[in-house]
Design a binder for this molecule. Structure first.
Ligand code: URA
Length: 229
């Protein structure tokens, strides 16, 4: 891996800062001073920063209660991102697993384990995601049947895969899909003549958003929770 990446991930400082330290001669790899940030090193090498050994963190898995108004990215020049909400010491190593729209709230996962997030989001694994949608109009049983059977979204090849749909009072519906097309839930509801006014992700696989977690807060996933995914 690149040396600037190693220094950033093991200390939690941004990559640009890590590069500056490397260029400034503060980093030794196996006893040799390296000043080029892009140098590739063995992740098991002995790396010293200011004379202190630094090592890569283990895998990190977090759940965040995403509030509306922040984007599901790790950096953005113009908008507040979900990473701005995560004051974890290794926050710069994290990426988002399965984005939510800016106005969507609810369960969002962050990790530094690329294999895990890839498996979770791969269409081959069909991990179900459950959303609570607040609608412009009450969902009719006929529309719910259409969503269960699959609907044609503009610009997509086939129908959407069968969804689970529960009609709730107060113009809401609980919808579970095992795909992740762009704006999928909103587009599915538009395809049956309705409109999503608010969207909240409640669950991914068997993992439910912690009800004790207020919007904007995060916590580390417990070992057993990883099994639920
Ligand atoms: N479907 C949407 O339309 N938006 C989301 O944020 C997630 C699923």
């Amino acid at each position: 891996m690149r040396l600037d990446q190693f220094v950033s991930q093991s200390t939690g400082i941004p990559r640009s800062e890590a590069s500056g330290l490397i260029r400034g001669g503060r980093v030794l790899v196996n006893g040799v001073r390296i000043t080029k940030a892009s140098t590739h090193i063995d992740p098991a090498a002995e790396v010293l920063l200011h004379g202190e050994r630094i090592v890569l963190p283990g895998n990190i898995y977090l759940m965040l209660h995403k509030p509306a108004g922040v984007i599901s990215a790790t950096e953005d020049p113009a908008h507040r991102t979900v990473l701005d909400l995560v004051d974890h010491p290794h926050r710069y190593t994290l990426h988002v697993v399965g984005r939510l729209d800016k106005d969507t709230t609810g369960l969002l996962l962050l990790t530094n384990d690329g294999d895990w997030s890839h498996r979770l989001m791969s269409p081959r694994h069909h991990v179900p995601k459950t959303y609570l949608a607040t609608l412009a109009e009450s969902l009719t049983e006929a529309a719910a049947q259409q969503l269960r059977a699959g609907v044609q979204l503009h610009g997509e090849k086939g129908l959407t895969k069968p969804a689970e749909v529960e009609i709730l009072p107060t113009q809401q519906a609980r919808i579970t899909i095992a795909e992740g097309k762009y704006h999928q839930v909103k587009r599915m509801l538009a395809a049956v003549g309705n409109r999503v006014e608010a969207l909240h992700r409640e669950r991914i696989g068997g993992l439910v958003l912690d009800t004790e977690l207020p919007p904007g807060e995060w916590r580390v996933l417990q070992g057993a929770e990883l099994g639920l995914l």
